[in-house]
Unconditional design. Structure first.
Lengths: 954, 175
């Protein structure tokens, strides 16, 4: 046992014991303890196994920078969180924590054999070794590596917790509630604006929590903040990222510190804060030193030992040695001594150390070794001594100890500053990057801004040692097991930029994002390359600052509320009539209406036959609709669509084809002219928002001179398609004020009147090839009108049909569906819609592209029909087509099937396909190779039923 | 293969409430039937000529049921049975969108927090009688502050069920 509880001191509540388990064994601590401090107090030095070599590891730091002591906390089914840092886990009664990355137990790890053979696992090992054979990667190497090198286990059940989220606004946001942050918050609050002060720890105070001399001030400042009603103080809240214009996202942990049965309400809350000014007071993180055995449990940061002693009342050992290159190590040693911790010696590579520090150490009877370096630390699962040497290369001298404290200087925490694209400058005195310039209203105060006195020191990272670099096991990145020699190897292999060295060695790429390793890695690379640090470059910090639960990011956006499911006003009726649904964009639409034991094929066949022989009713409400109004409405549409619109008379409809600037079809729909200055457009269901945005974009940026305005009316109108030879008879008794006779109301016409006493825009249009009407009524009356039409239809054998039947019926007529028969590379001519392009029009969107050489070149894929030789064979949509099935593999694919159905009307299968030079292949037989044999099909025109269109006349 | 249990309530099963819901400090209800118009004009005077009344000119301003949402855009929410002239032939656009949206009403001291849970605007600074188009999470809404503690939220019909339930989900935690 090495660690122990000090007789007094710390902010823990010694009257309140907490019991918990670690790796299944009962443990205890005091209220206010972290998992790390409670376990250290009981002498636990071993906390985890390293990622790659499974080396035993202990605590390095006392905060979120901790790279080694990753634990899994189990709060019951579905509430298992891996990769939590033991120093940041508060203990509570009933906490169950387990160590990670050990097999089978922490003390006896069989995979630690990797460590013995670590010379065979250098940087880039995985990339080099497991490249071949390619197929073995997925099946052999990756699963094994994952098994060996996993970081905790993924959850396997649904998360039963819920998470809150909100936006918040303030004039000043202060990130980090140490002395500098608290001072900034109090100052900002005095000006009267809204102030947020957030801090990731269990309580505010930051570094002051480890300095009893500041506790009185801290209590007073906390009370002052609590009394101000314009200040919101959030502890246990991590600012995970800074985004444009001072948008800071922070996650507040609400219940994870409570016993499971005391936890109520949301587990976490996501704060999305927009701030006038952001003040970063994130402090600095102490840097480890790089020497042989610097990862043996018991070797830790001096600042961590100080925090454990002064904040938690825990000595991390009974005989400690400080290895310092910085004054702060001396100061911490003296503070620890004062708290009753035995510091046996201070070793400092520097010969010159401030006299007051030396004097202080002498008074405390601490041996001082100036000009010395620790050349190695010994011990397996706990450190038992160090070897020191003059200048690191002199004669080795052994010192016994059960803990080594490293004081390698300080790295300001500039993560959020970097998220905000703030620039950094190298500061020699700090041996670190400090904030420089930013374009945000953002500033750094305290240590993270370089404004804090930790004393003087060297920034050398790698300590001098007698062993050559390539033989040493001196760790730089503890979590990713990157050694100093791996960085040397990367340089040796030709990597020069830190961005490349980082990726080759994985230095700084673990879950701690290199909080303790980045600068040491950079300095070692600089040393090996003999170039200044500023020339090696700097890696970029990206959000999140610390690992973040998905739960908080989702907030209420999960399960039923994951995203809106849009339903039409007729959806409930469809549900009552047994509809099977499919999702189209965000809408759910009735796909078919099975009766009795019908499967989809049977239901669709019945629905198709009914529409062709009698009448069918279809909910087309999801069609996108745009009302285009203004004196320039026709001019505008003329410029947007490929076909002419100016000549369209009020009361008539036209099929419109919309291209992008690239000349490819992006949408289509039938639109009507209601008045000289008013059009009713329709778009595809999925294209509604996109088309409106595109049109609005053109209107605002290209043709702002036009007097025309666009209004989305998709949701204003419920649309009931009544299709089939008896369609007129079904609606006739319900319609008022409209002459339905073929002479007065021809195909592709629109009339306004009333149906069931409700205003209607009645279209005579057909997407089935049958006589058809589309009844538009205000959505609030949609259900009523639908039911009236349905009731009337029952007298004529009407069926309700869904999208699947709609697809079959339109395919029988060769009508395309944009996005199914087109894929963003199909021109009007490719689709056989050349007739819809106004040849005489001076311009329209996409016109110029239609003359591009590759668009007019022969051999483009063209839409054709396919009839399989076996009339019952239904091709698979997406299947590839070849001209010669006997050619060697890989075959030349000349196209693919876009639409394919069994047609009940025709008693056989039909298909549409995009085929290279398709219209020149009419009558040819093509082949569709499938897993169970090749299917042959004849190329025909994409028109399978009533080519002359006589059925439109009913 | 990890088997994840079915969710207890699916998106398809969500219902739009018909009765008001009273939470701690906040009440959610559906607004009465309304007439809605979207009006557009380059020159507000032309629109005023068509309507025979003034329209608010400042973006975000409202006046007797007319909200100015943009430099050339007004949104009208009125009690039932108003029919506005369409201004045929004039450089204006008046479109009846009565059925397009539903109105949800949040009332009470907790209403602001419910709205802030998903709306990125600084609504605390929005004056009474102001209206704006914005989003609640991913859904477009028009928020109208009718009184200090009464907010009228216009949302397209098919998104109303989601929004109603998103408000319900936020109500217990909003403080």
């Amino acid at each position: 046992m090495s660690g122990f509880r000090l007789a007094d001191g710390g902010r823990i509540d010694r009257r309140t014991k907490r019991t918990f388990t670690f790796d299944g064994k009962a443990r205890w601590g005091y209220a206010g303890d972290s998992l790390a401090s409670a376990l250290l107090a009981q002498g636990q030095m071993l906390f985890g196994r390293s990622f790659k070599y499974h080396r035993p590891r202990g605590i390095l730091g006392a905060g979120v920078e901790e790279p080694n002591a990753l634990v899994t906390v189990d709060r019951g089914p579905g509430r298992v969180t891996p990769n939590l840092r033991a120093p940041s886990v508060p203990i509570y009664d009933g906490l169950h924590a387990t160590s990670q990355n050990r097999f089978p137990t922490l003390k006896t790890d069989l995979i630690a054999v990797n460590n013995v053979f670590s010379a065979f696992f250098p940087a880039g090992f995985y990339n080099k070794t497991f490249m071949w054979p390619r197929a073995a990667w997925e099946k052999v190497y990756e699963p094994i590596i994952r098994r060996l090198a996993g970081l905790g286990d993924s959850p396997t059940t649904r998360d039963p917790d819920h998470y809150d989220a909100t936006y918040a606004h303030c004039e000043t946001l202060v990130v980090g509630a140490g002395p500098a942050g608290i001072a900034a918050a109090l100052e900002a609050a005095a000006s009267g604006g809204r102030v947020f002060l957030i801090d990731e720890q269990e309580e505010i105070g930051g570094g002051a929590l480890s300095d009893p001399a500041q506790w009185a001030w801290l209590a007073e400042a906390s009370a002052k903040l609590a009394a101000l009603d314009n200040v919101t103080v959030l502890a246990r809240t991590t600012a995970i990222g800074h985004y444009h214009q001072n948008f800071v996202v922070a996650a507040e942990r609400l219940t994870d510190h409570l016993a499971v049965d005391e936890a109520e309400g949301p587990r976490e809350k996501l704060w999305r804060i927009r701030a006038g000014e952001v003040v970063l007071a994130m402090g600095a993180i102490e840097r480890p030193l790089v020497f042989e055995g610097n990862d043996v449990p018991g070797v830790m940061l001096a600042s961590a030992a100080k925090t454990f002693a002064l904040r938690y009342g825990v000595a991390v050992g009974r005989k400690l040695i400080v290895m310092a290159v910085h004054d702060s190590g001396w100061r911490d040693a003296l503070a620890l001594h004062k708290a009753g911790v035995n510091i046996a010696a201070i070793v400092d590579i520097r010969r010159d150390v401030a006299a007051d520090l030396i004097e202080g150490a002498r008074d405390a009877r601490i041996a001082c070794y100036q000009g010395y370096a620790v050349t190695s630390a010994s011990g397996g699962q706990a450190v038992n001594g160090v070897t020191i040497a003059l200048a690191g290369v002199g004669k080795g001298q052994k010192l016994d100890c059960d803990g080594v404290l490293m004081a390698g200087g300080w790295t300001p925490t500039v993560h959020l500053w970097s998220h905000a694209k703030g620039t950094l400058r190298w500061d020699e005195a700090w041996g670190a990057f400090l904030p420089d310039k930013t374009h945000e209203n953002l500033r750094c105060v305290g240590a993270c801004g370089g404004d804090w006195d930790f004393g003087k020191g060297l920034s050398i990272g790698l300590l001098p040692a007698p062993k050559p670099l390539h033989e040493s096991k001196a760790f730089v990145d503890f979590q990713n097991d990157v050694k100093a020699r791996d960085i040397g190897l990367a340089v040796q292999e030709g990597f020069r930029s830190i961005e490349h060295i980082k990726r080759y060695t994985t230095n700084g790429m673990a879950t701690d994002q290199g909080k303790t390793s980045n600068l040491n890695g950079l300095q070692i690379a600089s040393g090996v390359l003999h170039r200044p640090v500023t020339e090696i470059g700097l890696t970029t910090f990206r959000p999140p600052y610390t690992p973040q639960s998905f739960g908080a990011i989702l907030g209420h956006h999960k399960e039923a509320l994951f995203q809106p499911l849009r339903k039409t006003v007729i959806d409930d009726w469809a549900a009552d009539h047994g509809a099977v649904y499919e999702n189209v964009a965000q809408w759910r639409r009735a796909r078919y209406f099975p009766q009795g034991s019908e499967d989809m094929d049977a239901a669709v066949a019945r629905e198709c036959r009914a529409v062709r022989s009698a009448v069918g009713v279809f909910d087309a409400s999801t069609l996108g609709k745009i009302e285009v109004v203004g004196p320039d409405a026709a001019e505008f549409l003329n410029r947007m669509y490929t076909n002419p619109w100016k000549s369209l008379e009020p009361g008539r409809c036209r099929y419109g084809l919309l291209l992008g600037e690239h000349g490819f079809i992006i949408d289509d729909g039938v639109s009507a002219r209601l008045a000289p200055d008013r059009f009713h457009l329709t778009t595809t269901t999925g294209g509604a928002a996109r088309v409106l945005n595109m049109m609005e974009d053109y209107l605002q940026t290209e043709w702002s001179d036009l007097d025309v305005w666009l209004t989305s009316t998709t949701e204003q109108w419920a649309v009931i398609a009544v299709q089939g030879p008896k369609a007129r008879r079904v609606i006739a008794p319900l319609v008022e004020g409209i002459d339905l006779s073929p002479e007065a109301f021809p195909h592709m016409a629109v009339r306004e009147g009333q149906i069931c006493g409700v205003e209607t825009r009645l279209f005579r249009v057909s997407f089935t090839g049958e006589l058809g009407f589309e009844v538009n009524v205000p959505a609030q009356h949609g259900r009523l009108v639908w039911e009236a039409i349905w009731a009337e239809g029952q007298k004529h054998g009407a069926v309700a049909y869904g999208t699947e039947t709609m697809h079959v019926l339109r395919a029988e007529k060769g009508f395309i569906i944009v996005g199914q028969d087109t894929d963003g590379t199909v021109t009007p001519d490719d689709a056989g819609l050349g007739w819809a392009v106004g040849k005489k029009k001076p311009d329209f969107v996409g016109k110029r592209s239609l003359a591009r050489p590759d668009i007019v070149a022969p051999g483009r894929k063209q839409l054709v029909g396919l009839l399989t030789d076996d009339p019952q064979a239904v091709l698979e949509e997406g299947a590839q087509i070849v001209a010669d099935p006997n050619q060697p593999v890989p075959m030349t694919m000349i196209g693919h099937v876009t639409s394919s159905y069994h047609s009940a009307t025709l008693g056989r299968s039909i298909a549409m396909a995009l085929v290279a030079g398709g219209r020149d292949r009419m009558g040819d037989t093509l082949h569709i190779p499938m897993p169970n044999g090749t299917i042959s099909a004849k190329v025909v025109a994409p028109m399978f039923y009533d080519a002359e269109g006589s059925r439109l006349n009913g | 293969m990890v088997e994840i249990a079915e969710i207890a309530v699916s998106a398809a099963e969500l219902k739009l409430g018909t009765e008001p819901v009273q939470g701690a400090g906040v009440r959610l209800s559906l607004a009465e039937g309304k007439v809605r118009y979207s009006m557009r004009a380059r020159d507000p005077k032309v629109l005023e000529g068509v309507l025979g009344r003034e329209v608010p000119k400042r973006i975000g301003g409202t006046d007797a049921g007319i909200a100015c949402l943009g430099p050339d855009e007004w949104y009208v929410v009125l009690p039932d049975n108003f029919d506005l002239p369409r201004g045929e032939g004039l450089p204006v656009s008046v479109v009846d969108v009565s059925s397009r949206a539903l109105g949800l009403v949040l009332e009470g001291p907790g209403a602001l927090a419910v709205l802030c849970s998903g709306c990125p605007l600084d609504l605390a600074k929005m004056g009474v009688g102001r209206a704006t188009r914005t989003v609640f999470e991913t859904v477009e809404v028009v928020i109208w502050r009718e009184a200090e503690d009464r907010w009228h939220v216009e949302v397209w019909r098919s998104f109303a069920t989601w929004l109603w339930n998103a408000f319900l989900a936020a109500m217990p935690d909003a403080k």
